[in-house]
Write a protein that binds this ligand. Structure first.
Ligand code: F3S
Length: 65
């Protein structure tokens, strides 16, 4: 699984970071980005999906391998 934050859509609600800080971080402006290359280990897949569901801007894209 790979996650990607669409920076155009992200409005800095920070729910992704609150729910899954192992996967996301926020920059100085409060906008999120994926850590590393966005690869999510299997034990964090549920958290990634939870973050995606909770983003009000639908800014989180998930690609299932
Ligand atoms: Fe941005 Fe959505 Fe996270 S708006 S900060 S990607 S919850």
């Amino acid at each position: 699984m790979q996650v990607h934050v669409d920076r155009e859509r992200c409005q800095g609600h920070s729910r992704c970071y609150d729910l899954a800080p192992e996967i996301f971080d926020v920059d100085d402006l409060g906008n999120a980005f994926e850590l590393g290359d966005g690869t999510v280990p299997p034990e964090l897949h549920d958290k990634a999906r939870l973050a995606q569901t909770n983003c009000p801007e639908h800014a989180i894209e998930i690609r299932e391998d």
